[in-house]
Design a protein around this ligand. Structure first.
Ligand SMILES: Cc1cc2nc3c(=O)[nH]c(=O)nc-3n(C[C@H](O)[C@H](O)[C@H](O)COP(=O)(O)OP(=O)(O)OC[C@H]3O[C@@H](n4cnc5c(N)ncnc54)[C@H](O)[C@@H]3O)c2cc1C
Length: 275
C-alpha cells in the first residue's frame, strides 16, 4: 500500500495573546501557555503544524507584527520584526477560555526566541500567526519512525497522541542528556519503542541506530526533524541507500547550527539536487 499525506488550509489569523502559565517539563524546555480571546477558532489538525511567533524587540519591548484588517494583511508599522516558527503542542478551549501550549528549547540568550522564553512570565505579550495549513496523518502507514532532537519533541508528542493505536511507533531521540527523558508522559512512553541518544556520547549515534533498524517496509513512514546538518546524512541513507520513496520520508531542518533564524524551506542538504 502506498503512503499518502493530505493537506488542508486554514484561514489566515494573527492573534495577540498573553502568557498565562510557565513551567519546565525538562530543565531546558520552557512550556509556555498562551491565552486570550483572539485564540477563538484556532485550528491545528496535523502533527507537524507550525505557528509563526512574533517576539518583542528587546530594545523597545514592542512587538512588530503584521495585522489583519478588512483590506487584508498590513505590514508592521515599524520596529524590528522578530519571528520564529514553533509547534502548537496543545490547544484547549472551554467556557470561552482558550489556551495554547508551546514548548521552547531554551538554548541561551543568543537567540531572541530562546531568550524570551527563558525569561517569560505571566502577563507577557506575544503575537501568534497561523497555522496556515496542516499536513494530516499519512494514510496507509502501519509503522511510523520518529527521529527528533529537543526542538521536535513537541511534534513527536503530537504524532504519538494522534496516531491510531494500530500504528506501531519507533522513536530515536537525539538529546543533550537523560534529563530530557522526562518529557513524555508514562502513557506516551508506553505507546512507542523509543531509544534515547545523548549528544555528549558523540556524533553518529542516530545514523547507527537508523541502520540497525534494518530493512524498512513500504508501509513505514519516517519523520525526521531537528538540526538540519544532522539530518542530511540520515535522509540520504533512507532515500539513496534504502531507496525509500519521497512519500515515505519527511526531513525538516528545524534549525541549523550557527545560523540565525534558519529558513526551514531551504534544502537541508544544498549539495543534493533532489532536495
Ligand atoms: C516547523 C518548525 C517547528 C518548530 N518547532 C519548535 C518547537 O516546538 N520548539 C522549539 O524549541 N523549536 C522549534 N523549532 C525550532 C526554532 O524555530 C529554532 O530553534 C529557532 O531558531 C529558535 O530561535 P532563536 O531566536 O532561539 O535562535 P536564532 O536567533 O534563530 O539562532 C541563534 C543561534 O542559536 C542557534 N540555535 C537555534 N535553535 C537552537 C536550538 N534549539 N539549540 C541550540 N542552538 C540553537 C542557531 O544555530 C544560532 O546560532 C521549530 C522550527 C520549525 C521550522
Amino acid at each position: 500500500m502506498t503512503i499518502e499525506r493530505d493537506s488542508t488550509r486554514h484561514p489566515l489569523a494573527i492573534r495577540n495573546v498573553t502568557v498565562s502559565a510557565v513551567s519546565r517539563p525538562t530543565p531546558h524546555i520552557a512550556r509556555i501557555t498562551l491565552s486570550g480571546s483572539e485564540l477563538e477558532g484556532f485550528i491545528s489538525s496535523g502533527p507537524t503544524d507550525h505557528v509563526k511567533l512574533f517576539f518583542p524587540d528587546p530594545a523597545t519591548g514592542e512587538i512588530a507584527a503584521p495585522a489583519l484588517t478588512e483590506a487584508g494583511m498590513t505590514k508592521p508599522k515599524g520596529g524590528a520584526v522578530i519571528s520564529r516558527d514553533y509547534t502548537p503542542l496543545g490547544f484547549r478551549s472551554a467556557g470561552g477560555q482558550y489556551e495554547l501550549d508551546i514548548d521552547f528549547v531554551v538554548h541561551g540568550d543568543e537567540g531572541p526566541a530562546s531568550a524570551w522564553a527563558g525569561h517569560a512570565t505571566v502577563g507577557d505579550s506575544l503575537v501568534v500567526a497561523g497555522p496556515r495549513g496542516s499536513k494530516l496523518l499519512p494514510s496507509g502507514a502501519t509503522h511510523v519512525i520518529l527521529v527528533a532532537d529537543e526542538t521536535a519533541l513537541p511534534a513527536s508528542s503530537r504524532w504519538i497522541n494522534m496516531l491510531p493505536t494500530s500504528v506501531h511507533i519507533t522513536a530515536l531521540f537525539d538529546v543533550a542528556d537523560e534529563s530530557v527523558e522526562s518529557y513524555f508522559s508514562a502513557a506516551q512512553k508506553a505507546r512507542m519503542s523509543a531509544e534515547w541518544f545523548y549528544r555528549r556520547d558523540g556524533l553518529g549515534q542516530l545514523d547507527a541506530a537508523l541502520r540497525a533498524l534494518g530493512e524498512i517496509g513500504e508501509s513505514t513512514f519516517i519523520f525526521l526533524a531537528g538540526e538540519a546538518s544532522t539530518l542530511a546524512p540520515l535522509r540520504r541513507y533512507l532515500r539513496r541507500e534504502l531507496g525509500l520513496s519521497k512519500q515515505q520520508v519527511t526531513a525538516e531542518g528545524y534549525w541549523r547550527r550557527g545560523v540565525t533564524n534558519a529558513d526551514h524551506h531551504e534544502p537541508i542538504d544544498p549539495t543534493d539536487p533532489e532536495d
